[in-house]
Structures are given as C-alpha cells and as structure tokens.
Design a protein around this ligand. Structure first.
Ligand SMILES: [Zn+2]
Length: 138
C-alpha cells in the first residue's frame, strides 16, 4: 500500500497539473454530478480530454483515516491514452500522440493496442500478444 506522504505528494501534483491546465485554457467541469469540481473534474481542450481526481476527506466509516487521491488521466482526440508529463505542458501533451506508452520509445506514429494504449509499428505485434489476450473484443 502507498504511504500517506506519497499520496499527499500525488495529490499536490494533480492539483497543480489541473490548475496549470485551466490557466492554459482547458475548459473544466465537474466529473460527477454529486461531487465538487475541486475534487473530480473533466477538462477538454482542442479535442484532448483529461480527468483529474484530487480527493482529500475523512474516510467514511473509518475513524482517523483519510481518503487521499491524486490522479491525472489524459486522452488524445484519437481516444487513446497519453502519459501525463511530470509537469503540465501543452507541448508535451500534444507530443504524447506520438509517444507510445507500451514501448516507451521516442517520436513515431502510434496505433491502438489493448483498450486505449499506444504502440509503435515495431512493437505492435508484441504489444497485441501481451495486451489483447484470448477473449478480447475490439
Ligand atoms: Zn515500440
């Protein structure tokens, strides 16, 4: 299990990432109707999508425990996932369209593999074998 310091660090990171995105012109709205935009938000810019979860509240039913979550998920206009850069950068997010999460390589055209992962042409057969197991439907 992740320790509390690590969780707080991720929470801070996700908040800063979200605020930088808003300052850079991303449109923000609540991710869920029953949760405040400050803890769960959907953002959009030029066809790119982002979901940011920044939760910090007492755990329901467990005394002296807190729920602490900080996550950032990004998808390109092609619907495939983009690894969030360490620090918010529109340039790096756009470049993420040509960066492949499966093989962690450089700048090449990417193709869908698995549910929403990217792989380059070279790694595609290997990636398919690994991620698209029998029973997989596209
Ligand atoms: Zn590759």
């Amino acid at each position: 299990m992740m320790d509390q310091d690590k969780k707080l660090e991720l929470l801070k990171w996700a908040r800063e990432f979200r605020d930088a995105a808003v300052a850079d012109g991303w449109k923000i709205e609540p991710a869920y109707t029953n949760e405040d935009v400050s803890s769960a938000s959907h953002l959009t810019k030029n066809g790119f999508k982002m979901t940011v979860i920044t939760r910090d509240h007492p755990a329901p039913f467990i005394r002296n425990q807190r729920v602490i979550q900080g996550t950032v998920n990004i998808w390109g206009p092609d619907g495939l996932a983009i690894d969030p850069p360490q620090k918010y950068s529109w340039d790096l997010i756009e470049k993420g369209l040509r960066k492949f999460s499966f093989c962690h390589g450089g700048d090449k055209e990417t193709f869908r593999v698995g549910f929403a992962d990217r792989a380059c042409q070279d790694c595609l057969p290997k990636a398919r074998k690994k991620l698209e197991t029998p029973g997989w439907y596209n």
